[in-house]
Structures are given as structure tokens and as C-alpha cells.
Write a protein that binds this ligand. Sequence first.
Ligand code: PAF
Length: 292
Amino acid sequence: VKTVRTVADLRAELAPARRGERSIGLVPTMGALHDGHLSLIDRARERCDVVVVSLFVNPAQFGPSEDLSAYPRDEARDAALCASRGADVLFAPPLEEVYPAGFASEVAVTGGLTEPLEGAARPGHFAGVTTVVAKLFNMASPDVAFFGQKDAQQALVIRRMARDLDFGVEIEICPTVREPDGLAMSSRNAYLEGAERGRASALRRGLAAAEAAVAAGERDSATLVAIARAEMTSAGIEPEYLELVSADTLAPMTHLNGAEALVAVAARVGRARLIDNTLLRAPEQGNETGRT
Ligand code: PAF
């Protein structure tokens, strides 16, 4: 894998591919790569001729009391992992390459998608994400960019931005990768100490309990949320939010109808603030004509 640090070098590196109409895949990351990221790189490798992984811990998406300074960083390890999965380019710019002196612009998706859930818990977070992702799209001009379903709201927000602003980039959302006990892979899992690691798996157990309740016929959102919450609180986890919303609009849903629902949770476990989610859809009910 070739590491490049400037936009000019990135463009020069990708120019032959662009001239040759070879497809470019971008996997944006903040480093501390885990199997979730590697699954995105694998998918990009499958679909695209040239695979670019970006590694940039983006200060604009961290709140003042968040973990920017503690965020795990190990570029040498990340570069080795990128190489092992066949990525072509690692774009690891320094701060001033992305935010030069006098930087004064912002790209923000406004309205419903950025207000609830993470948007309410982390003011300014999504504007920080969309600003840097817009810049990465302009820097690399990828054909396809790959994001994880673990950050379900981020994926929706980025898809909306790409569509609204005509980036001409296809956004592919890849499935959440989990530890054997169900804990969603996250760079922030590194903050979990001792027994916290075991307790953290209750997030997934709670979501799985909601899935099981839907399979058993439950349709009421408040009940489904209560079922999920009970699993989490029994492990000593008090969710910061735990909500059942439309998977398309993130608007609250009072009951599962035919539409796809997202159950999203955020919770602090020790020093780690973890998020996870699952998609739910009630199987269609038979109607009086006997169709199902
Ligand atoms: O998901 C992440 O790691 C970050 O939010 C992203 C998309 C790389 C933007 O900094």
C-alpha cells in the first residue's frame, strides 16, 4: 500500500486510474482499524479497480468534552492491515492539509436526519462528519464509498448529502461486524476495561431480544423498546437513548407497520460511549383475501 499525505499527491496517484476509466473505491476511516473496517476494504477490493483507504481523525466531529485526544492512533499497524487486504493507497493527511489556516466552510445536512439520536446527543457531530466526507469525496473523487451499518444514522446522512449535492458517488452500506459475543466492532471498544467488556455485549442482547419479540408477534414500539432496555439494564447499562424509528426518515414509529424500523441505542460503558442498532420489519400480515 502506498501512503500519501497531500491532496495533490492523492490526485496524482489516482490520475492514471481516472484516465483509464478504472473505478475508484474509497473507505473513509479514522484509523484504529478493526474487522469492521477490513470488511469495508474487502468489499471495496471486490467492487473497485483501485482502493483508497483514508485515515484521518477528524477533530470537527468531536465535541469539546469528547475523546479526540484519547482516540486510538497507530498508523503503522493500520498501514500493515490495509496492505494485507490489498488496498492500493492509504491517504493519511496531516491536520493542516484538511483544515488549512483560515478554513471557514461547512457542509451540513439539515432537518430530520441529523436532529434525533446521535444528532441530539452530539451537537455539531454530523456537520463535522459531512464536512470532512464532502472534502474526502472531492479529494479522491471515488465512484463508490463504503460505510458501516453500525453507524446507521451517519450512513443515512452521508447518502443524503451525496444525493442532495450531486457528488456522483455511490454510497454502499456494509453489514455490522461483531465479536463472537455480539458486541459490534468499534475502535472505542479499546476503552472497555475488565468486566465492562462482558457487560457491553448486553447492547446486542437487547437488540436481539427486540428482534425475537417481533418474530413472536410483538408490534408495539414502546413494548419492543422496553424489552430491549430490560436486557441492557440487567447488565447495568442505562442507555443514553434507545429508540425505534423509521429506518428511512428516523421519525419515531409507534408501532411496526410494513415499513422498516431502526432500533438505535447509545450507552456509556465505563469510559466508552458505544452505539449499535438493528433493523426490524414486521412480516406482512395475511389479509382477508388470503394473500400473505
Ligand atoms: O465513521 C467514521 O469513522 C468517521 O465518521 C468518518 C466517516 C471516517 C468521517 O470522519
